[in-house]
Design a protein around this ligand. Structure first.
Ligand SMILES: [Zn+2]
Ligand SMILES: [Zn+2]
Length: 101
């Protein structure tokens, strides 16, 4: 399991957030400094380090973090199975068209 990160990183640099596939190296903030999970409000990261909105999933509540991802993939029912699938998608192992839900 990844180590939990502070939800408010030091000013001026971003070290990623609670989204799956988020960058964890230090980088300058993107245009949007803080992107939050729509379910649990955890910080997903900035616009540089998070996955595209349609593939943005939350590591904290194990739900899709955006409305567009929820629409595209449907609700997370079996969290573990879906998270494996998300990791595949995020790692580029699967195309979005292959997603069965
Ligand atoms: Zn969440
Ligand atoms: Zn970032």
């Amino acid at each position: 399991m990844p180590r939990p990160k502070p939800s408010t990183p030091p000013l001026g640099k971003c070290i990623g957030g609670y989204s799956i596939g988020c960058r964890t190296d230090e980088h300058p903030y993107g245009k949007l400094m803080n992107i939050y999970c729509m379910v649990c409000k955890a910080r997903m990261g900035c616009s540089i380090c998070v996955q595209p909105a349609a593939e943005l999933a939350c590591k904290q509540c194990h739900q899709w973090a955006t409305a567009v991802a929820l629409r595209q993939h449907g609700p997370m029912v079996e969290a573990d199975k879906v998270l494996d699938r998300v990791r595949e998608i995020v790692s580029g192992a699967a195309l979005l068209e292959d997603v069965p839900f």
